[in-house]
Design a protein around this ligand. Structure first.
Ligand code: ZN
Ligand code: ZN
Length: 142
């Protein structure tokens, strides 16, 4: 871990039942919203809010269950969730891991304040009641 990472702010989070806990460097490298159908299904809601953080600076405790999913573009996505309460907590992709990044589902942060999503992915499948904010980068696909 570099000095910059150890010197920075850190945030904690975990699943609904508390069996899975984590601590991450903060602020995130990227905050985005994914409107893909897979995120809608997995979360049971309209979209996922994701923060990308450096994997090397992430500490995790507790047992995660992994669902080996594929993205809508056909690339592998490892969706990691708590097997007890079902909270989706992390997503890992080969592209992200190659850059040392892991994605945290932002709703699991103990303190989700000051999130500023700058990118919206898969806007082609967003639910029609969702209004996209002005100024954000919009990607029809991932
Ligand atoms: Zn749990
Ligand atoms: Zn998605």
């Amino acid at each position: 871990m570099s000095e910059a990472e150890t010197a920075g702010e850190r945030r904690q989070g975990g699943c609904l039942c508390g069996a899975v806990r984590y601590e991450t460097a903060w602020p995130p490298l990227l905050t985005g919203v994914c409107h893909c159908r897979h995120c809608q299904k997995q979360a049971g809601t309209a979209f996922s809010v994701l923060v990308a953080v450096p994997f090397a600076a992430l500490e995790r405790t507790g047992e995660l269950t992994t669902y080996e999913d594929g993205s809508e573009a056909g690339r592998p996505v490892l969706r990691k969730f708590c097997g007890t309460c079902g909270s989706p907590v992390f997503s890992e992709t080969p592209d992200g891991m190659a850059q040392g990044m892991i994605f945290i589902k932002a709703g699991t942060l103990d303190n989700p304040d000051e999130l500023e999503p700058t990118v919206h992915f898969w806007t082609t499948s967003k639910q029609n009641w969702v209004t996209l904010p002005e100024g954000a980068a919009l990607l029809e696909k991932q």
